[in-house]
Design a protein around this ligand. Structure first.
Ligand code: PLP
Length: 869
């Protein structure tokens, strides 16, 4: 018989052990080994059995054992120390507390969070990044208040069928069995979020609080009695349902998330956020909710829009156009219009925010009628960033249409390269060694030159320990997987010797969308076999990854890998381990000597698993994409040559796979097995050391978080404060100014440009004086910024990454024409050119492209293609 309902009965801890409850309910344990040691000592066997999940431990441990612990003086002392340490961690001033004028709180929205394997609310890199963001914010004292959804079945866990086909399981999670607390008001009544739906329906949600160190994470949960069955299922699975389901989830996350924050701040007295950061577009409706709040307190839509934009940061995460989140526009119209409309937020304005720009001549093509969450994200956020330098560049191209007339470099999308949270991902032995030798590993991004002080022998020993740990865990997992697939234990003797703790170990683990090319290594199976079975210099490969449940193509790729790895001649050298999650990820990035990544460039926005490997002394072997494009320096790993530009995908795969095999054989294995008399691979360790020293400080999430605080959060808070001051006086003024400038812009023209000081043979070092006549129509000189763009010109007279010089107003003639003057330095030899541009100017703008308005000479007036000497 099956139970109709399942819940977890919590242990009542003896009074002497009350602090254990406190420790369990703060997820800081997930990156604090001393606390984990303490949990393990509560009952080592049970700890092992529950897979290191402290809530499960407290549920499973015998009452007698707890009584015993109440009399264990040593345990009680350690418990008191751990509790003290946590309290100190929660309150002591940290890095952020020294930042002047920093925002009092920052709201962070994400559809998924990878905090710990015991809280399976993530599917991949986006969620892991969000988890690392929160943990690092906590370590640095950054006052983030995070919001997400609590999925009752989380993301699926993966096993394999006998044929190697991915099977999905959705274990039912009971919040009572997770380290969560229900948000209740002072009278003990659970807080509720309510959102109106069309046809008089309402969606209700309760709010769970997960405490991630200092950072509260609010998780909305629609599984409550007031909801009809459909609404109860809104938060059933991560990335589970169809379009309608996804819209409901995103409404709950965005609109519901803001409402949850308001309640949380009301109940607990937590500071209200000054900045709202959305991790990818899924939470974009949060901007609409904030506009609604402001329009209900007397601002117009346009005024509220300015106030909201100023304090919003939007991070885009995908350069794959199919990865962009879109809805049919009529679905959005139904949700935010008709009987469900918000009186102060017209549905047409909402629709306009998500409308995709249509290139001229393509008015009837695809894209019409779709509401694009990323496009809305960019319109609702004054500050937008991608997640690596290359991804920033690709994103500027993808979204250029939103700023017509501007060059790629002017598109206001920047980048902050992702990072990873060292205490979560770095092997304990290495953390301890580093803690002694390199205090900066933990809390500073200073140079890591002291890595030179660590001896080759110490590094190699730790690498060996981590590799052996992976090999042993992999055998256990492999055996369990074969048993799942129907094998009898008697047939599995070979697994005792599967993988070898002394063989060069390559890791490849990631989600399985097609651009990540799980099976590139199989392109030439004979060549792969040779590498695996090389008599002197063999390699072994450990693979993991989940395909999205609806992605049949991805499951086929997994099956191909599994079939290859099932073959008797290679199965001891290549294994697929099911159920890639944070625990398996940690084993892999710590134990592998080489971390392989072969995406189709430039479709990997950043990638973070390779960073985790680097921090553990693993070497990256990767296509130059995402972060590796930026920080590969020629000697800190290897770059698989990309055949970027070869149009035939099969041919491209062939070329890149051949490059991969060559590198493994000629460079990677060669170095790894080149041993000195004392058995140490000196040339290998030299690269490991260089990896740690050159990448260590960069790939840390601490560096990333500092960048977010300094470059985005603090400026966004300053803008938001400026606009909100004096009853939103500046927001009103700015909105009115924008409207006036936008309406008058068709009257702005560059009429004439003249140059003085340019002889027949311009020479480098000279200055060129320019005078531009601009028709301003209804505008004042102060409404615009006139600039010369100058520098190197390309073959078609285009300016290549020009510099800009601001012009000053000289005079206004009676006919309303304004004359501006300025000068440009002829600062380089060769083909040189310039032009003039006029853009709107206002102190509250963050980028000249912000309004999408620009005027340039009709014919390229003043374009001079002289060659300077
Ligand atoms: C780090 C990590 C990821 C993201 O890594 P990518 O390099 O972006 O693929 C995904 N899943 C897990 C479990 C991870 O630990």
């Amino acid at each position: 018989m099956r139970a109709i309902r399942r819940f977890t009965v919590r242990t009542v801890l003896p009074r002497e052990l009350a602090a254990l409850g406190e420790l369990v309910h703060n997820l800081r344990w997930s990156w604090h080994p001393e606390t984990l040691d303490l949990f393990a000592d509560v009952d080592p066997d049970t700890w092992e059995r529950v897979g290191g999940d402290p809530v499960a431990l407290l549920g499973a441990v015998e009452a007698g054992r707890l009584q015993q612990l109440t009399r264990d003086r040593r345990f009680l002392r350690r418990l008191a120390d751990a509790a003290d340490d946590l309290r100190e961690y929660m309150t002591a001033p940290r890095w952020y507390q020294n930042i002047p004028r920093a925002p009092s709180a920052i709201a962070y929205f994400s559809p998924e969070y990878g905090i710990a394997a015991a809280l399976p609310q993530y599917s991949g890199g986006l969620g892991i990044l969000a988890g690392d963001h929160l943990k690092t914010a906590s370590d640095l004292g950054v006052p983030i208040l995070a919001v997400g959804l609590l999925y009752r079945h989380g993301y699926f866990s993966q096993t394999l069928s006998p044929e190697g086909w991915q099977l999905e399981h959705y274990p039912s999670l009971d919040p009572g069995g997770l380290p969560l607390t229900l948000l209740k008001d002072a009278d003990g009544v659970p807080a509720r979020v309510r959102i109106g739906l069309p046809q008089d329906r309402t969606m209700h949600a309760q709010i769970w609080v997960a405490q991630v160190g200092r950072v509260p994470l609010l998780l909305l949960d629609s599984d409550v009695a007031e909801n009809d069955n459909a609404a109860r299922d809104i938060t059933d699975r991560l990335y589970g349902g169809g379009t309608d389901h996804r819209l409901m989830q995103e409404l709950l996350l965005g609109v519901g998330g803001v409402r949850a924050i308001r309640q949380y701040c009301d109940i607990t007295g937590h500071a209200e956020p000054e900045v709202f950061h959305t991790n990818e577009g899924h939470a974009g409706f949060l901007g609409l909710e904030r506009i609604r709040e402001l329009t209900e307190s007397r601002l117009s839509f346009d005024e509220a829009l300015e106030a909201v934009r100023a304090g919003t940061v939007f991070t885009t995460h995908t350069p794959v156009p199919a990865g962009i989140d879109r809805f049919p526009a009529d679905m959005i119209a139904r949700q935010f219009g008709g009987d469900n409309a918000w009186p102060t937020v017209p549905v047409e304005r909402i629709l306009a925010l998500g409308e995709e720009p249509v290139p001229a001549g393509q008015e009837h093509e695809s894209g019409r009628g779709m509401f694009n969450m990323a496009v809305m994200g960019m319109r609702l956020a004054q500050r937008v960033n991608g997640v690596s330098r290359l991804h920033g560049e690709v994103s500027r191209g993808m979204f250029q249409g939103l700023w017509p007339g501007f060059d790629l470099e002017d598109v206001p999308v920047g980048s902050i390269t992702n990072g990873v949270h060292a205490p979560t991902w770095v092997g304990r032995e290495l953390m301890e060694l580093a803690g002694r030798e390199l205090p900066s590993l933990v809390d500073s991004a200073q140079g890591w030159n002291s890595v030179q002080k660590i001896s080759d022998k110490d590094i190699w020993e730790i690498r060996g320990t981590l590799r052996a740990r992976l090999v042993h865990a992999a055998r256990r997992r492999l055996r369990a997987s074969w048993v799942d697939r129907g094998a009898s234990v008697a047939e599995l003797g070979w697994i005792d010797d599967a993988l070898d703790p002394d063989v060069l170990t390559i890791g490849f683990a990631r989600r399985v969308p097609s651009y990540k090319r799980l099976t590139l290594m199989l392109k030439d199976p004979a060549r792969l076999r040779e590498l695996l079975l090389h008599p002197q210099r063999p390699v072994q490969i450990v693979i993991a990854g989940k395909a999205h449940p609806a992605d049949e193509g991805g499951k086929k790729l997994i099956q191909q890998i599994v079939k290859f790895a099932d073959a008797e001649d290679v199965r001891h050298r290549i294994v697929f381990l099911p159920d890639y999650d944070m625990n398996l990820g940690r084993l892999l990035v710590q134990g592998c000597d080489v971390w392989m990544n072969n995406p189709l460039r430039p479709l990997e926005a950043c990638g973070t698993s390779g960073m985790k490997a680097a921090l553990n002394g693993g070497l990256n072997l990767s296509i130059r994409d995402g972060w590796w494009d930026e920080w590969y320096d020629g000697t800190n790993g290897w770059a698989i040559p990309t055949a970027d530009g070869v149009a035939d995908p099969d041919r491209r795969d062939e070329l890149e796979a051949a490059g991969l095999y060559d590198l493994i054989e000629q460079e990677v294995a060669d170095r790894f097995y080149d041993r000195a008399a004392d058995g140490l691979p000196r040339r290998w360790l030299e690269m490991v050391r260089h990896t740690l020293a050159s990448l260590g400080p960069k790939v840390l999430a601490g560096r990333m978080l500092r960048d977010y605080v300094i470059d985005l959060y603090a400026p966004a808070a300053a803008s938001a404060q400026a606009l909100a001051a004096d009853d939103h006086a500046a927001a009103k003024g700015f909105a009115a100014w924008k409207l006036r400038v936008t309406q008058a812009w068709p009257g702005v023209r560059v009429e004439h440009v003249e140059a003085a000081g340019l002889g027949d043979t311009p020479e480098v070092g000279a200055t060129l004086e320019l005078r531009a006549t601009i028709a301003l129509g209804e505008l004042e000189p102060g409404d615009v910024r006139v600039q010369a763009a100058y520098g190197k010109v390309g073959l078609h007279d285009e300016l290549v990454r020009p510099d800009f010089a601001d012009f000053a107003i000289d005079s206004v003639s009676d006919d309303g024409r304004a004359h501006f003057t300025g000068a440009i330095p002829l600062d380089r030899t060769g083909a040189f050119g310039y032009t003039i541009r006029v853009v709107p100017a206002h102190p509250l703008m963050d980028s000249p492209a912000e309004l999408g308005l620009i005027a340039v000479p009709e014919a390229p007036a003043g374009m001079t293609n002289g060659t300077l000497r």
